[in-house]
Design a protein. Sequence first.
Length: 328
Amino acid sequence: MFRIHSRAYRRQPGGFTLIELLVVIAIIAVLIALLLPAVQKVREAANRATCQNNLKQIALALHNYHDARGRFPAGYSIAQDMGDGRWANGTNWWIESSPYFEQGNWYRRWDYTDQVNNVAGGTTATTAQVIPIMLCPSDPLPAPVWYYTNNSTYAWASGFYGLSSYGGNGGTRSAQIRNVGLVTNDGILFGKSRDRIADVTDGTSNTLLLGERYHRDPEFDRIIVNAVGDNPPIRGLGLWAFFFLGAPRNVLLGSLVPINYQVPPSAAVGDPWTIVNRLCAYGSGHPGGANFALADGSVRFLSDQTSLTTLRALGTRAGREVVSAGDW
């Protein structure tokens, strides 16, 4: 009898073929492409909410100051030469309202009588303080501190200053370069201002108090070369504890140009009018517009499609303009 011997064969496990591997990679790429915009939208929504909360807290601080003093703080007051080597009495609305957003310890360090002391100390200087509530997470600041340089007789003001993503409403034109484009002082916060809520006759719900500043504009950095005055690039604007010449461009913004205005590529290098336009501009890293706090303490997101007529009406405290709900 013959026996038939059979040999059992095991199937060897095989790896992915090249085609299968490419299909898997393609599927993963598609999933990432689908998920990434969603993640970015969630992140931006969180950033926008944080920014709005920042503005709410700052506006509340200004109102608490008003309750305590009977008026809003001065937008800024330039330091004065006392004639004995001291510069004194310089301040701005950030400095004055700081105790009302939990910065009382910082405020007690502020030296009104000899302000050289405020700038002294390098990155630990009083002016170099970084305060999170002043920074929008969507603002593309490369660093929260800037070294300001003044090469004139006011070299003592050179030093490190903390930056902010927000500016007070200085009115239509909030900044100027020497005698180019004089400030209008028709907002709520400006040089030595002492405005009360009663002075906002256009209505506190129809008047801006604060708005966002956007720290990205390559064309501005291009034209600022050889410009009139000691203007820094865009990333060096918004020094919140600044109290000397140039304070308006650092602590105030205006409604001179539309929201998210950027310097056009056609602008000439050193053109002072274009520079002033950009110094005044509200803007943000949020898609489609920017956040604002109104004089009644509320916070709203305004589209960058808001008409310039409407924006300027919102920027004046007593311009008698008519602004309806459908305009913004």
